[in-house]
Design a binder for this molecule. Structure first.
Ligand SMILES: Cc1cc2nc3c(=O)[nH]c(=O)nc-3n(C[C@H](O)[C@H](O)[C@H](O)COP(=O)(O)OP(=O)(O)OC[C@H]3O[C@@H](n4cnc5c(N)ncnc54)[C@H](O)[C@@H]3O)c2cc1C
Length: 107
């Protein structure tokens, strides 16, 4: 019986997981995936991430509001804990206070 060589290709590189949409759900999903060691790529069609939670100026520069969602306190406590959001929120507050004292306007 003739010997048959088995030609095997090297396995393709693993494809990234791609949450579509950089709203808070897409970002939270991406954070969990990336933290578990998976290659993750968020695709967002806009030039800002955050989805409905983005702070914008729909009524002019003097009013800053989130697009749709404002009840951030409804975020699951486990999500806040896992992604260390309380620490980040505190850091963001400090950052904003410093910016305000320095006369820097943040959106
Ligand atoms: C009228 C209205 C009022 C609401 N009011 C409140 C409220 O008062 N308080 C509250 O907590 N929640 C409110 N919500 C709900 C809140 O907006 C949603 O629960 C929340 O935004 C869902 O988050 P998400 O990440 O799933 O989606 P989104 O925040 O909608 O984010 C989706 C993201 O995906 C992007 N995207 C969409 N399609 C594509 C694509 N094909 N390719 C790439 N990117 C894409 C979008 O640009 C966006 O950034 C309201 C919703 C509506 C419609």
């Amino acid at each position: 019986m003739p010997s048959r060589r088995l030609h095997t290709r090297p396995p393709p590189p693993p494809l990234p997981l791609v949450p579509v949409g950089g709203g808070h759900n897409g970002l939270a999903a991406a954070a969990y995936l990336a933290r578990s060691g998976l290659d993750t790529l968020v695709c967002e069609r806009r030039d800002v991430i955050g989805g409905a939670a983005v702070s914008e100026h729909p009524f002019g520069p003097e009013y800053t509001v989130t697009s749709l969602s404002y009840v951030v306190s409804l975020l699951s406590p486990s999500l806040v804990r896992d992604l260390e959001l309380a620490d980040r929120r505190a850091a963001r507050r400090r950052h904003r206070a410093t910016a305000r004292r320095s006369g820097i306007r943040l959106s």
